[in-house]
Ligand binder design. Structure first.
Ligand code: AN7
Length: 349
């Protein structure tokens, strides 16, 4: 049978309204890639598998939750889905709303959304409401709008989003046919780490389960620092969040899994971002490089025993944020003559 998205695949494990029309773009079933060259570069000695969520229809993990949220919204008769977003939620919400034939409106921090994500929301016909504030301000506004008639909030404060996102854990376990020792992922609003842990708990009721290692950007690390961050700052705009909605659930996941929440600097993120692209051919957006940088830190600290099985979620595709990638290459190559001689000279051959 061909792949029909996560609701079709996991219908028995997802809450669905009676007779709901499923709104899907064929999300899920993403690759789980071995990464031996990256492990060598990190000077590790373990098995690393990367869940490449950039391969979802709108190029981020949000699609797993959005098929659920928009399916529920349509079943309830909603005419408009709304969300606050650092970019990927808005891209996904606007695509699934278009697919369903309903409207979408997205509240975003003005000037802080990666180019690809903004482009997606526009092309899918979303109403864009940039605010002079950050993601936390946007989510605050969304909470106030949640009771407006005909409106459905599709942020991860909507519990069906978490339900959809937990399916990534199911896929990892089915692919590996064993339990990872560690699971690494970036943490922003903390919905995804909450969802993965829910998935692992449901699939492995008796345990053992992976230890959850979540990574925040140093300038936006409320869960690591132990307090709300009023003016979060990081190059990884996807996780530029100072007051995560699912913070308490994330901390429970970390505690119950004997895991860890930690932070990495923008410099470490950018270095890991290039290392992943150049050792494994996998292009991610900067937020996804936070757990890669985290893994480097964990190896150096001796936290990953030899022979461990480590899984990591790469949450979004690198093409979402071409500006950050290009900024690393300020000197664009200049044109050469179309001759063998000039090509040989340029390549040193
Ligand atoms: C690529 O789109 O919050 O910890 O509004 O886009 O579940 O918030 C995005 C978050 C990680 C963090 N990686 O996940 C939004 C938004 C990428 C992301 C996260 C996001 P959560």
């Amino acid at each position: 049978m061909s792949w029909g998205g996560i609701i079709q695949a996991y219908r028995d494990r997802l809450p669905l309204p009676e007779g709901a029309k499923i709104i899907t773009l064929g999300e899920g079933n993403t690759p789980l890639l071995a990464a031996p060259r990256l492990v060598t570069a990190l000077r590790g000695d373990f098995d690393l598998r990367l869940k490449y969520e950039g391969m979802n229809p709108t190029a981020s993990f949000k699609d797993r939750g959005m098929t659920m949220a928009v399916t529920h919204a349509v079943a309830k008769g909603a005419k408009l889905v709304i969300c606050a977003s650092t970019g990927n939620t808005s891209a996904s919400a606007s695509a699934y709303a278009a697919r369903a034939g309903i409207a979408s409106a997205v509240i975003i921090p003005a000037g802080k959304i990666a180019l690809g994500k903004l482009t997606q929301a526009l092309i899918h016909g979303a109403k864009l409401l940039p605010i002079s504030g950050n993601f936390d301000d946007a989510l605050n506004l969304i909470r106030q709008m949640s009771n407006l008639p005909g409106v459905e909030v599709v942020n991860s404060i909507n519990p069906v989003r978490i339900e959809g996102q937990k399916t990534a854990s199911f896929e990892i376990l089915e692919t590996l046919e064993r339990t990872p020792d560690f699971h690494f992922l970036p943490v922003g609003n903390a919905g995804n780490i909450t969802a993965y842990w829910k998935g692992f708990c449901e699939a492995l009721p008796q345990g053992p389960r992976p230890r959850m290692f979540g990574w925040q950007a140093a300038g936006a690390a409320p869960l690591v620092d132990g307090h709300i961050v009023k003016d979060p700052q990081t190059i990884a705009t996807a996780i530029r969040i100072g007051n995560p909605a699912s913070g308490p659930a994330a901390l429970t996941a970390i505690k119950d899994s004997n895991g860890r929440i930690d932070k990495v600097t923008d410099e470490e993120i950018l270095s890991a971002y290039q290392l992943l692209a150049q050792t494994e051919g996998i292009f991610v957006e900067p937020a996804c490089a936070a757990p890669v940088a985290g893994l480097r830190k964990a190896v150096a600290a001796g936290w990953i025993p030899k022979g461990s099985l480590v899984t990591m979620t790469l949450t979004g595709h690198g093409l979402k944020d071409p500006d950050t990638a290009l900024s690393l290459f300020p000197n664009a190559p200049s044109a050469i003559a179309p001759t063998l001689e000039a090509a040989r000279k340029a390549l040193g051959l």
